[in-house]
Ligand binder design. Structure first.
Ligand code: ZN
Length: 490
């Protein structure tokens, strides 16, 4: 490991690379619904003008008092769409958002109306807030065109809700181009270190998009914890990978931020900081569906109160092993005499073989989560099998222990995928959404509401927040009479 260790040693550990698969599958799902309904109608397939009757527009409240959500739905046969976007009390930003929506919609309608293939447009939104009163509105634009091609584009808008002023990345970085250079270097390192990109993109191809210009970093969101950058047009294989986002903890870049965006982590009175909900409920629900597609069952039953005797729960940790986070999780599990199952990524085992061995030595179960975390249902049989086989091979080589289970990324599985392996396919019924919330306090809340006897809980041992929140989860479940077992003992 010849990584340059500098003063902020934990930086690389904290920096998390996020592939935003957001909504690729959601859009597919909603489009299917729309087009199926459309087919029932006795219309010929030739050019259908969008009649006013096929378009429905509604307004609803958001979780923020001064923000409304507009929903526009069209059930037109060839060009269905679902569009949701926020509107505030401030006209300039409303107009900027509306005109982006309108342009996108018109472009879509003109290009695809009457085309041979059914197309679809889905624009969803996310609202992220910073305690300074500055809000980021992130629009995720998914378009399906032709037979299989999907495109995702992300656009962000930024508003101070009180003053009505817009803000840009230059405001966040104190209008300092040196800060921009530093940031550009950080983002490049994160992207360069990402296994998926290493495997599937020619080296350096992201370079032009991360040149230190304000424009290149214009698509961003800021929360109390992180600065997030989105990069467009990342079409590697249709539908498998969305645009990448790079998440940088504010506490690691405090010196780059203008005063009002400083993380304030040095404040001792952290409780004084009131946390606002950073995610919109609608989006969270959609994401939940996306993340739990395939056979994953979302558990909606209430927790069993009267089950006497021992209750069992299987903790599962995906996407690792990670040198710091996995280590901390092992330590916490040991304290509670808990056994768990780790669904590892081949490329992570390759990078951190010593961690894979630590997991094995501690007596946990080793699962296969593929090499590069791609949606196997989109890869074709041969590539899917390669993703699985290559991963079992490295885990077994490194640890000397057999892999006994397989969990497909995103829970995406079909018969083609199932036929590529003899390993049982393991999904989950409790999704902690830890990959999305990145909030150690939220972890327990989600577990509390959904866990019952025999549950399988999905977590990720690559997020620091998961490691930090785990102890509370274990303490709670133990007090409720649960023991923690491997999947094979469930
Ligand atoms: Zn995963």
């Amino acid at each position: 490991m010849k990584k340059p260790h500098r003063k902020r040693r934990s930086f690389w550990i904290d920096v998390i690379f996020l592939i935003v698969i957001i909504v690729l599958t959601i859009s597919a799902a909603s489009l299917i619904t729309l087009t199926t309904k459309g087919e029932a109608a006795l219309f010929s397939k030739t050019k259908q003008a969008v009649t006013p009757a096929s378009v429905v527009i509604g307004t609803s409240d958001s979780d923020y008092p001064d923000i409304k959500i507009i929903t526009e739905t069209s059930k037109d046969l060839n060009t269905p769409y679902i569009i949701q976007y926020p509107q505030s009390l401030h006209n300039p930003i409303n107009q900027a958002i509306s005109s982006y929506i309108e342009d996108t919609k018109q472009d879509y309608l003109t290009k695809h109306n009457g085309s041979k293939y059914k197309s679809g447009l889905n624009i969803s939104y996310e609202i992220l807030s910073h305690r300074s009163g500055n809000y980021s509105f992130v629009l995720v634009n998914n378009r399906k065109t032709g037979k299989t091609i999907r495109e995702t584009e992300i656009r962000s808008f930024h508003l101070n809700l009180k003053t009505g002023e817009n803000f840009t990345i230059s405001d966040v970085l104190d209008h300092n181009s040196k800060h921009l250079n530093t940031l550009s270097n950080l983002v490049r390192k994160v992207l360069d270190n990402n296994p998926v990109i290493e495997d599937y993109l020619p080296p350096g191809s992201l370079h032009t998009k991360t040149e230190p210009t304000w424009d290149n970093f214009g698509n961003f969101a800021i929360t109390d914890e992180s600065l997030i950058f989105y990069f467009d047009e990342y079409k590697l294989m249709a539908g498998t990978i969305g645009p990448p986002a790079v998440v940088i903890p504010l506490k690691n870049i405090d010196n780059l931020l203008s005063d009002k965006f400083k993380s304030g982590m040095q404040d001792t009175d952290e409780n004084a900081i009131t946390k606002k909900p950073v995610k919109e409920r609608e989006t969270a629900d959609l994401l939940h569906q996306e993340h739990s597609n395939g056979d994953a069952v979302v558990n909606e039953e209430t927790k069993e109160e009267h089950g006497k005797g021992v209750k069992k729960v299987a903790l599962t940790f995906d996407d690792g092993p990670h040198p710091k986070v996995t280590m901390q999780i092992l330590e916490t599990l040991r304290k509670y005499d808990a056994k768990a199952t780790f669904f590892m990524l081949g490329n992570m085992v390759e990078k951190h073989p010593e961690m894979a061995r630590e997991v094995q030595k501690a007596g946990h179960e080793l699962g296969n989560h593929t090499w590069a975390h791609l949606d196997l249902t989109k890869l074709g049989a041969e590539k899917a099998r390669h993703e699985i086989d290559r991963t079992s091979a490295i885990i077994e080589n490194v640890t000397g222990q057999k892999v006994t289970e397989f969990r497909p990324p995103y829970g995406a599985v079909n018969d083609t995928v199932r036929n590529q392996t003899n390993l049982p396919v393991i999904l989950w019924d409790v999704d902690t959404l830890d990959w999305k919330n990145r909030d150690s306090n939220q972890l327990l809340a989600n577990v509390k509401s959904a866990t019952k006897d025999g549950s399988t809980i999905l977590m990720h041992d690559i997020h620091q927040s998961t490691a930090d929140g785990l102890e509370a989860v274990l303490a709670y479940l133990q007090s409720e009479g649960y023991i923690f077992v491997k999947i094979s003992d469930l």
